[in-house]
Design a protein around this ligand. Structure first.
Ligand code: CA
Length: 253
């Protein structure tokens, strides 16, 4: 079969497979839930650099690449994971605070605020169809709302954003996305879809029973995102922008 045609069939299968698996007759799309780092903002490289340098300062060995695998988890979980592996014990609350504070300091210094190419155009396109656009992030940056309003003016429902401050459990736990459905107006899983870029984030969305499109904007292999349970994996935000009309037709038929 022609390759392009084959990938179209695989794509369409993703929607029917989801409906069958979750016993839904159809989608009833009301909202798109967006992860933030690596989906809207091209910030993951700065997160990885800041984590690596912070860990070096605290004498905990790590690689910059591994932080892409932990992306989406809250800071204390990442810190404890490395502390257990490298020192064989949990981090103390004081250590967690100091390490996370230093990491945030470095990230603020390095982050240039640049957007993922086509992120603005895609969100605008989705918003123009009348769908609610929401952010569900593990990030706890204090200036988040201002930043989002500056880069995506009027496009996101910033009052109902889900951040690190709103949840007890971070991704890969489903709580952030379940909270997103609630804040979007007590939606059912078939009334929203998720755009994610990280394996832990995909796991969280899938655990919340949501149809999940992964865009691979980092250095990890596509396979990691498929294995995490993504319904569709795309190489970029541009690919999602280009394919949206086809997906929208499936989501609204
Ligand atoms: Ca992310």
């Amino acid at each position: 079969m022609h390759l392009k045609l084959k990938s179209l069939f695989t794509m369409l299968g993703a929607f029917t497979n989801y409906l069958k698996k979750h016993n839904y007759m159809r989608f009833d799309l009301k909202a798109v839930l967006f992860d933030m780092d690596g989906v809207l903002y091209d910030s993951m490289k700065w997160h990885a650099k800041s984590w690596k340098e912070t860990m070096d300062e605290f004498g905990i060995s790590s690689t910059p690449e591994e932080f892409y695998l932990y992306e989406g988890m809250v800071g204390r979980t990442t810190i404890n994971l490395l502390m257990n592996r490298e020192k064989g014990r949990e981090a103390t609350p004081d250590e967690i605070e100091k390490i996370y504070k230093r990491k945030t300091e470095l990230f603020t210094k390095y982050n240039d605020g640049s957007l993922i190419p086509y992120a603005y155009d895609f969100v605008k396109k989705v918003r123009d169809t009348g769908l609610k656009c929401m952010i569900v992030t593990g990030s706890g940056q204090p200036t988040l709302i201002n930043k989002v309003e500056h880069n995506f003016p009027g496009l996101f429902d910033v009052k109902s954003m889900v951040t690190a401050f709103d949840v007890k459990h971070g991704k890969p736990h489903p709580e952030p996305y379940l909270m997103g459905l609630k804040k979007a107006g007590n939606l059912n899983p078939n009334q929203a879809i998720v755009i994610e870029n990280a394996p832990r984030g995909v796991e969280a969305a899938v655990a919340a029973d949501l149809f999940t499109i992964a865009i691979n904007t980092g250095p990890i292999e596509d396979k990691v995102l498929w294995d995490a349970g993504a319904n569709i994996v795309l190489p970029s935000m541009k690919a999602l922008y280009d394919n949206w009309e086809k997906y929208y037709a499936e989501l609204t038929k």
